[in-house]
Design a protein around this ligand. Structure first.
Ligand code: SF4
Ligand code: SF4
Length: 411
């Protein structure tokens, strides 16, 4: 508690962060601002405020986008404060059934794979179409989850190791994530093909677990730490040059493992070795035999908060995609503001999540892009669901997938 109060004490209540906070700009409510939330957590931690549904709601509506951290002149670690504030709340109330189900599921990969197979069957058998048309999806309250589901690929069997396909330059390890393994095998496959084409052997450790971001940001530091321990063990013996993440939300969490396991000798080097796939590929010299097919399309670039405000690596996707001749890259207007996906936020806070997403969909109209790239799976799912709902024909993919699609390797 003393550490938390020391952290909240750094806030001088200047309010400079307020215009950068999406929930404050939407509501104009001090309780929905970084400064307001810090004051609430300070009061709760110091015993001056009791836990009320209203206080809990103010903390729950934070996106943990960390836009406020970027502009804070006092160097307040807002991310640490909000995570600790939510953990404090959890220590004073019981976990809901929905929370237990959601967080339990993503930590059990075999169960997650089983659910993925069932969902795939639901999609392929025509049941999904029937459930939607009959109104069953709406009646059972699963419409939101159903709307977010992309067309699920078959559950893959990853190799432990993928050898380099050109002169060897080193070895990396790929973090596959939990939901990404189920919903975004296209990006993971593309990452492996790009890395091996560039001369890197790619380890995919079987014992890796969920990154723990959802747990940490929802007040479950013990579970987040356990997952971090599992991942440190899974990657420890590989001696890879870098740990590559293909979803910036996971990458941001992995890169901060040294902050959640401060007493572990392995956590710091691990955290330092984490790189987003675009960051890694933008930093290497490409082999001479690799070229890219032209793409005469306008591509809007969405910059996820985890990439921009946490990893501070929003430039590499542009650097990479500029390798494609003819491509017209446009930063999505309003990239400093969160899209509303924010991990589980798009499910737990639908009104604000959709309002923020509508801003993105509106911003996408002006550039008239045919493709939208996003480096984070959660954002991509949320944005793609919004585009489907509005009948907008814009493909949403990861920058690595687009790059790999255009890649040609000389025989
Ligand atoms: S978090 Fe930083 S910018 Fe915001 S009110 Fe506190 S000191 Fe000012
Ligand atoms: S993390 Fe984002 S939503 Fe939360 S207080 Fe900071 S700017 Fe606002």
């Amino acid at each position: 508690m003393a550490d938390l109060l020391k952290e909240t004490d750094l806030c001088v209540k200047c309010g400079l962060c307020l215009p950068h906070c999406p929930t404050y700009t939407k509501t104009r409510n001090e309780g929905e601002s970084p400064r307001g939330r810090i004051a609430l957590i300070e009061g709760l931690a110091g015993g001056r405020l009791a836990l009320t549904p209203r206080l809990e709601a103010h903390l729950a509506s934070c996106l943990t986008c960390r836009a406020c951290e970027d502009v804070c002149p006092s160097g307040v670690h807002y991310g640490t404060i909000i995570d600790a504030g939510r953990a404090l709340i959890n220590s004073q109330r019981a976990q809901t059934t929905r929370e237990a189900a959601m967080y339990g599921l993503i930590t059990r990969k075999p169960l997650l794979r089983f659910v993925a197979r069932l969902l795939r069957l639901y999609q392929r058998s025509g049941l999904q179409r029937l459930a939607r048309a009959s109104g069953l999806v709406r009646l059972t309250g699963t419409g939101r989850l159903d709307g977010l589901l992309p067309s699920l690929p078959p559950t893959p069997a990853w190799q432990d190791y993928y050898p380099p396909r050109s002169d060897s330059r080193g070895t990396v390890a790929l973090f596959t994530g939990c939901v990404a393994e189920m919903m975004d095998t296209t990006t993971l496959d593309a990452a492996i093909r790009l890395l091996t084409a560039c001369g890197y052997g790619v380890h995919v450790p079987r014992t890796q677990a969920c990154c723990g971001a959802l747990h940490l940001h929802n007040g479950q530091p013990v579970q987040a730490r356990q997952l971090a321990e599992k991942n440190l063990a899974a990657f420890a013996s590989l001696q890879a040059d870098a740990v590559i993440s293909a979803a910036s939300g996971c990458g941001a969490q992995l890169a901060e493992y040294d902050q959640i396991i401060t007493d572990d000798q392995r956590a710091q080097p691990f955290a330092r070795s984490v790189q987003d796939i675009s960051q890694f590929l933008a930093g290497i010299t490409w082999p001479a035999g690799i070229t890219f097919s032209p793409l005469h399309k306008r591509v809007a670039v969405h910059e996820p908060c985890s990439l921009r405000h946490v990893l501070h690596q929003q430039t590499p996707p542009y650097t990479l995609l500029r390798n494609i001749p003819g491509i017209e890259l446009i930063p999505l207007p309003g990239n400093t503001q969160c899209c509303g996906a924010a991990g589980a936020y798009m499910i737990t806070q639908p009104a604000l999540a959709d309002s923020l997403r509508n801003d993105k969909l509106e911003a996408l109209k002006a550039p008239g892009a045919e493709i939208l790239v996003s480096s984070n799976l959660g954002c991509a799912l949320h944005l793609a669901a919004g585009l489907r709902e509005t009948g907008t024909d814009v493909e949403v993919i990861h920058p690595a997938t687009l790059l790999e699609r255009q890649m040609r390797i000389a025989k």
